[in-house]
Design a protein around this ligand. Structure first.
Ligand code: SF4
Length: 79
C-alpha cells in the first residue's frame, strides 16, 4: 500500500537540523541554507504541493518560504 505521504520517507530534511527550515524572520542567509538542501531533495515537488494544499504558514517547504508560497498560490490557476 502506498500511503499518500510516503514521499516523506525520501525527504532530505529529517537528515539535517529541522530548525534550519524555520529560519528567523528577515534572515535570508539562514533561509538560503534550507533552500539549498531542498534544491537537492528528490521529493521537492511533492513537499511543495502538500505545503500549498495544507496552507503551511511557517517555514521553508519545497524550497520556498511562506511568502514565496503565498505568491505562487496567488498566481497559480486553480486546478
Ligand atoms: S523539499 Fe525541502 S522541506 Fe521538503 S522534504 Fe525536501 S528537504 Fe524537506
Amino acid at each position: 500500500v502506498t500511503l499518500p505521504d510516503s514521499w516523506r520517507e525520501r525527504a532530505l530534511c529529517p537528515q539535517v537540523d529541522p530548525e534550519l527550515f524555520f529560519p528567523p524572520q528577515g534572515c535570508p542567509a539562514a533561509a538560503k541554507r534550507a533552500k539549498n538542501i531542498c534544491a537537492h531533495c528528490e521529493v521537492r515537488r511533492e513537499c511543495l504541493n502538500d505545503a500549498l494544499a495544507n496552507n503551511e504558514a511557517f517555514g521553508i517547504w519545497g524550497g520556498l518560504s511562506e511568502r514565496e508560497r503565498r505568491r505562487l498560490k496567488y498566481h497559480r490557476p486553480a486546478s
